[in-house]
Design a protein around this ligand. Sequence first.
Ligand code: C2O
Ligand code: CU
Length: 510
Amino acid sequence: ADKGGTTEHVGGHGAAPAATVSSKPAQPTNVLRPDQNGEIQLVAKVAKQEVAPGVVKEVWTYNGSVPGPEIRVKQGETVRVRFKNELPVPTTIHWHGLPVPNAMDGVPGVTQNAVKPGEEFVYEFKATVSGTYMYHSHQDSANQVDRGLYGAIVVEEPQSAYDRDYTLMLDEWMKDDNAGGMDHGAMGGMMHGSGDGTAGQNMEGMHGTQGTQGMQGMHGGSGGAAQEMSMTDMMRQHMKLYDIFTVNGKSGSLIPPLKVKEGERVRLRLINIGTLPHALHLHGHAFTVVARDGQSVAEPRPMKDQLVTVAPGERVDIAFTADNPGTWYLESHDEGTAAAPGMKVAIQYEGASKQTDRPNETAKLPGVDLLNYGKAEKGPFTLDQKYDVEYTMELGTAMGKTGMVFTINGKTFPDTPPIRVKKGDLVKVRLINRSPMDEHPMHLHGHFYQVLSKNGKPLTGAPVIKDTLNVKPGEEYVVAFRADNPGHWMFHCHVLHHAAAGMVTQVRYD
Ligand code: C2O
Ligand code: CU
């Protein structure tokens, strides 16, 4: 089970659980594989898309749709993406979760200059680790990703154990972009700026020069000026302004049903590219979680009527056997202001007419503990082994001069202290969320880490290998990784407007 490449520590968790191997797994729609020249062509461009019934929005896309085409390659294949930018602004592509060489990571000002309008860039890397990943813009990303610049990339294992393999990307939108939200309104300008992503001008590749000036060392509440408080109110309000919840760029009745046949093994790859965690309920079927952030995990006991929560930047693959003919939903059971009507996919048995299911998105159900899950076995790292580098990352919220900022160890990027490593180092990072109410899904580029403990307690299930971990208020985690992929790598909150407002640091190889 050696997946090779830069991630030897995931070995042993790479194989899909053994099951009947079907020769022809059904394809989801809008799949892009390498052409006869071994290339994948992506063009960033403006388009129009109906995201909810009657709501047509101007969106920023790869190849004309949100999400962009689902890129599929085989494990071990070389991925060569010829990328053309036909947007009016500079942009890049980041391969979220894939341990690519640093120069291919798509972070403007760090690993490349942003691709200017009319220009091309060729991304090339080997797909070493099978699993569910995504690609998205990393330039002005709180804005560009929110407008639709994202898609899925699936690295297929040598043999699929599934008859159907569907990818579902979760996101949120606003019916009215001028409703005062952060995307395109005044806040948007404040938070995202307009850096052009060339080296030295946009070092973090997420925002321009705003959000970092004059905010050094601000922690704690400022008790602040009236203007700052109204900014806070705007941010709070913003969180409620998302009123359209989409699966693969469509909401509610626009979402095409997933077809299955009785007896088939079905895999659903759940990807969250939005800003809110979503808790999903699969109706009518027992299921297992088969991968977290692309990394396989075996659990022999299927469970039923439990929620699977996917935080921004995370991927969770679930699998079930189609053994209950009818029409069933996979739907969000988010609660309170986060409730996500329309995030609801029908699973339809071919040939079955029976309408067996009703939406019941307000039902309270227990959640799957995704961190203490699966058969306990030894992972690559332990809490008490010796580490070359130890770093404590305190995640916070503070009032800056122009509004709320999100801090790491009291600073906003680029003033946050980097994690300095040498190739081969074993690195331990303690993540602590001191924000009173914000969750921070922390994403590390170019590496997987093992999550070793939560709130001081060692994890008990199968080794948790991830690249994104949602740290809730008051929570504390210890994660570890081997510095095996030289370069400068972002480590940031995947609520992208938190990142734009400072919550970014780097792993830097000396
Ligand atoms: Cu998906 Cu740096 O992010
Ligand atoms: Cu955050």
